[in-house]
Design a binder for this molecule. Structure first.
Ligand code: AHR
Length: 484
């Protein structure tokens, strides 16, 4: 049996709701056929966006959505996506999938989507092939008050008098790779140029710099060294971390199950070391991590479009457990993280939805976001688990409190063994009966399809947490416990 101590005197910090954020790129089937069906579509929609997805995102309190990329941002000109005439362009992904961007979705449309969901917007600015002035003009167009600038007037002509609410601005994307293959010092100097003018355009904008690719600590060190004494504004350091190379999305064995989970578990060490670098430069009082792309990256072709949509991959029980493990790591390190964005929302890597034509379904990953949503804005409490020495036989856990309830989320990482759990709350008493939600399927390869949308879905029950209880192998569990 494992004992899980919830150590109430040890509060970690507040879990920013934005840690439960999303990422949407104009890539493959994310927008076209996925999110965007068009205003005249027979598919139920709100201002052209699939209503099913909007309703489901509202249900999980989706807090923030990043756009338009990813790599797409590196060749994106925001002027292509406003007004009546929308040019058709090659885009970053055209060499991969032969598709062209018709710019049907641009700034106004994306903001319609965010507003329908009730999510904040996080725009990724093109630092690779644009200029600081062009990005400042985008900010002017989006953020200037009515009756001030010519760009605000143009926005009004295009249907929007009031400024948009876009609090977060990314200064580039993956500039160590597709974003220009820059050295960290080169990027740091570019960052100084862009961020200075972006702050000058709107000094309330939250500016997020391109951070490392996973465990590239050299990037963080040299970038921080380049900007630390510059006086330039920086609020976030973006980090990307994908796990992969552990079998296929649907076909994997137990070794690959554990290999994938071990990679996901690395997230904690990686974010800690980048955090320590920020601390080393004395920047931790003004900069937090923004893990604005994370998830499993399986070989493509397993999703409903059978390879037509670039990077589309199925999502099984394994992806659900990776989701739970990752979100628990974020909760347990919430004081270091301002935001995280799972990549990507629909018909893509580690997605929450598949959607095409009249079909729309949620994936096991969606269910985990639903089961964890009570953590948003909660105060994270330290937990300690006995008997977690063997990774292959361990349980992942986090806890937070809000409004008189404690939420505890767990994932049994074992592909073989059910686990008996006893909860020990230290410093606060909990009522014996808690609401329990369990996501479980005996087949770790189980997944949802258009034909069978509910193969993996949670059930709820009342649980007596004063006694030990069982979490089945591969299961994700959430408990909502009333404090007394
Ligand atoms: O999410 C797919 C791609 O992965 C993004 O465009 C890029 O930023 C990352 O390499």
């Amino acid at each position: 049996m494992k004992k899980i101590y919830i150590v109430y005197p040890k509060s970690i910090g507040t879990i920013a709701p934005e840690i439960y954020g999303h990422f949407t790129e104009q890539l493959g089937g994310v927008f076209y056929d996925g999110l965007w069906v068009g205003k005249d579509s027979e598919v139920e929609n709100i201002k052209g966006f699939r209503k099913f997805v909007i309703d489901k995102l509202k249900a999980i309190n989706a807090p923030v959505i990043r756009w338009p990329g990813g790599c797409f941002a590196e060749t994106y000109d925001w002027r292509d996506g406003i007004g009546k005439e929308r040019p058709v362009r090659r885009n970053w992904w055209t060499p991969n999938d032969g598709r062209y961007e018709n710019n049907a979705v641009g700034t106004h449309e994306f903001m319609d989507f965010c507003e329908a969901v009730g999510a904040k917007a996080y725009f990724a600015a093109n630092l690779t092939s644009s200029t600081p002035l062009h990005i400042c003009r985008w900010m002017d167009y989006c953020l200037s008050n009515e009756n001030t600038t010519s760009l605000a007037a143009e926005r009004k002509i295009n249907g929007r008098a009031d400024p948009f609410n876009i609090p977060y601005w990314g200064v580039g994307n993956e500039n160590w790779g597709g974003g220009g293959n820059m050295s960290p010092a080169h990027y740091g100097n570019e960052y100084r140029r862009y961020a200075t003018l972006m702050e000058n355009t709107d000094n309330t904008a939250v500016l997020i710099a391109c951070g490392p690719n996973g465990s590239d600590y050299k990037w963080s060190e040299e970038f921080c060294g380049t900007i630390v004494n510059s006086g330039v504004k920086i609020n976030g350091l973006a980090m990307h971390y994908y796990c992969g190379s552990a079998g296929d999305a649907l076909n994997f064995n137990k070794d690959e199950w554990y290999r994938m989970l071990a990679q996901a578990n690395k997230m904690e060490e990686i974010l800690l070391r980048h955090w320590h670098i920020l601390q080393g430069f004395g920047m931790d009082n003004r900069v937090k991590l923004a893990i604005d792309e994370w998830g499993c990256w399986h070989p493509e072709g397993s999703g409903p479009s059978k390879g037509y949509n670039l990077f589309e991959q199925q999502s099984t029980v394994r992806d659900a457990v990776v989701t739970a493990l990752t979100l628990n790591i974020f909760n347990n390190n919430c004081e270091k993280i301002m935001m995280a964005n799972v990549a990507q929302l629909v018909n893509n890597l580690h997605c929450l939805f598949f959607a095409s034509g009249g079909d729309s379904i949620v994936t096991p990953t969606y269910h985990v976001f639903d089961m964890f949503k009570e953590h948003q804005g909660g105060s994270a409490i330290q937990t300690a688990v006995t008997g977690n020495d063997e990774f292959n036989c361990s349980v992942s856990v986090s806890a937070s409190r809000k409004n008189g309830y404690t939420t505890v989320t767990l994932a049994n990482l074992s592909a073989e063994t059910d686990m008996e759990i006893s909860l020990e709350s230290v410093g606060v008493n909990l009522q014996n009966t808690a609401d329990m939600t369990v996501l479980y399927n005996e087949d770790m390869h189980a997944h949802n399809t258009f034909e069978h949308p509910d193969t993996v879905k949670p059930f709820t029950c009342a649980a007596d947490i004063s006694k030990p209880f069982i979490i089945p192998k591969t299961a994700v569990v959430s408990l909502k416990c009333k404090e007394c």
